[in-house]
Design a protein around this ligand. Sequence first.
Ligand code: IPM
Ligand code: MG
Length: 369
Amino acid sequence: MKKTIAILPGDGIGPEVTAQAVKVLDAIGERFQHQFFYNTALVGAIAIDKTGDPLPQATLDLCLSADAVLFGAIGDPKYDNDPGAKVRPEQGLLRLRKSLGLFANIRPVTTYSTLLHLSPLRPERIKGADFVIFRELTGGIYFGEKSRDAVKAQDLCVYHDYEIERIAKLAFEAAQKRRKKLLLVDKANVLETSRLWREVVQRMAPSYPDIEVGYMFVDNAAMQIIQWPTQFDVILTENMFGDILSDEASVLAGSMGLLPSASIGERSALFEPIHGSYPQAAGQDVANPMAAILSAGMMLDHFGLKEEATTIYRTTKHVLEKGVGTQELDLQYAYSCSQIGDLIAHLISDAADLNLDQQQTTERTSTII
Ligand code: IPM
Ligand code: MG
């Protein structure tokens, strides 16, 4: 298979983690005889610095013509405390989502048995938690009309039924391939838009008789995610609720550096780690590239390359289980960002049957890295 991939490293640790994902993709390409062609483009704060625009036209054109986009991270603290800033890095990502029609953001939340202790939550509560959040990504309060004067500001939350239907369809289908439970998270006791979400999902439910459909208010869901996370399978929700709940859910995995995401929709799909640009760590080769690597895995899945995707998931899991990880995971062996990329790529291209042994991990010998 031949695929053209737009690489948008972005800001902070984005370039470092994306480089590891590319190494791993190359290893997959070599082992499974695929050709991946990469084109790199600017986005975010670095694009503002170089062109004045967080999403230059050349970047957008590249993304529109690519088979998929691999995204690093965006954001720079110099914009965070300046509410008056007219141009912000985040606008680049939001415009990209809108221009590519990326209406469904898919964020799987998995716990790893060897990392349970890293979560601030009690291990017995989170053990076995495995769910996926389907977050609507191009509507709601993020994209509604905004206005402000000196003393008043407003952001409008708008949803059309078709916007709800198309993501709900994907969520129902995902539930059919999983544990057959779909939960709509909303605030239907207060918000009109939430009542429309419920109506649409209720209308669709009879077409999926094998799926158990549930409804939960978002405030309750925020509590239940940390109190009893194993109850969830597929969570479907609107844009801002999904933004907040997916950060909350990342606590279960023990590190934000482990959670990938896929954004799919009308044109080329986009894959990105859910973590931000982590500017304090930029350039130090300490960031965890696993979320970026797993995002590349989701991209392969999207291309229909199931075995290739599974190879990435399994190898990453295996490395963690062997006690190898970046420093924030505080495992037995602390590797740098690039060493993790090298290790996973090596295990894949060597078709190493996951025979990482203790001596090799301790010495980081050349057979491994
Ligand atoms: C995310 C981020 C973005 C969002 C920001 C960077 C605009 O928090 O992808 O979750 O709010 O969607
Ligand atoms: Mg977010």
